[in-house]
Design a protein around this ligand. Structure first.
Ligand SMILES: Cc1cc2nc3c(=O)[nH]c(=O)nc-3n(C[C@H](O)[C@H](O)[C@H](O)COP(=O)(O)O)c2cc1C
Ligand code: SF4
Ligand code: SF4
Length: 261
């Protein structure tokens, strides 16, 4: 069984491709139709349990950490547990932090991989998506990388194959600050370029956006406070009308694996 969390689709793509390659089932942890009891039974019957998620601020995306924390104690004992994190460049100590979450559920991370994918981060000035040639280069190497990973998973290898980058301890030290201050939901807004299509609301993995009439009766997105900082609403907008504070007006959008359905 493969559990995944994804904002802009990179990790979903990786999870679905790996599911095909190793003939397993991929489950979106934020799927509204998930039945907690059936899920627990399914995990109990699984020999392998995998997790696929993006790196946020050199750590595991909080949504996947919270999902693991919600599982019953010892449910991962005696399983072959693996993780694949997708990242723009480097993971820091993501695997160590996630390994601790797994240990709390009686498991041990046997296999650890990263896949470098196009960057989607736009929430701080000075960051932004990759230039087109870098994006294409990254995407060009994904298939071969996933085939290698799937081979290791089929062999049940014990392996750490991850791009930590330089100064991982230092970089991952900012993760707790990210969890506390990484996104200020009030900064999300739509500009007058909004065409009321509702795609931002549909794409939000946490259902944090509602369409509501503005003072002129035009349907506009309204952001709630449960933002996962995934940036999907920013990237999906066909009019580039979703903005975060003032600086994102300069940033391009990343859409490769983003689907509004
Ligand atoms: C809030 C946030 C923080 C991020 N932090 C990192 C990071 O520390 N290192 C990195 O290489 N990529 C980082 N990224 C880029 C994503 O990990 C990368 O684009 C990932 O593949 C996105 O996955 P998704 O499309 O499944 O959401 C960050 C992205 C977001 C939205
Ligand atoms: S995706 Fe853009 S255009 Fe569509 S409703 Fe949201 S802000 Fe408006
Ligand atoms: S509001 Fe936007 S950034 Fe926040 S979780 Fe939803 S789609 Fe992601």
């Amino acid at each position: 069984m493969i559990f995944y969390y994804s904002g802009t689709g990179n990790s979903r793509y990786v999870a679905l491709q790996l599911a095909k390659l190793i003939r397993d089932e991929a489950v979106n942890i934020l799927d509204n139709d998930l039945d907690a009891d059936k899920l627990r039974q399914a995990i109990a019957l699984s020999v392998d349990v995998g997790f696929v998620f993006p790196v946020y601020s050199w750590g595991p995306a909080p949504a996947i950490v919270e999902f693991v924390a919600s599982l019953p104690d010892n449910i991962l004992r005696s399983k072959y547990v693996w993780m694949v994190c997708t990242c723009g460049d480097e993971t820091g100590l993501t695997h160590r932090m996630f390994g601790k979450s797994i240990q709390k559920k009686g498991g041990y991370l046997e296999a650890i991989f990263s896949v470098i994918m196009p960057n989607n981060y736009v929430l701080l000035p000075g960051f932004g998506i990759d230039p087109k040639d870098v994006e294409e280069k990254k995407l060009g190497s994904v298939s071969a990388r996933l085939r290698n990973i799937s081979e290791s998973l089929r062999n049940k290898d014990t392996v750490v194959d991850i791009q930590c980058g330089s100064w991982p301890v230092l970089k991952s030290a900012v993760y707790p600050l990210f969890r506390r201050w990484g996104v200020q939901p009030r900064k999300w807004h739509s500009t007058d370029a909004c065409i009321s299509c509702g795609q931002c609301a549909r794409v939000c993995p946490n259902h944090n956006i509602n369409m509501s009439p503005d003072k002129d009766g035009k349907s506009r997105p309204v952001w709630g406070t449960d933002c996962l900082s995934c940036c999907a609403c920013f990237h999906v907008c066909p009019s580039n009308a979703v903005q975060y504070g003032t600086f994102t007006r300069k940033y391009g959008q990343y859409r490769h694996f983003l689907k509004s359905e």
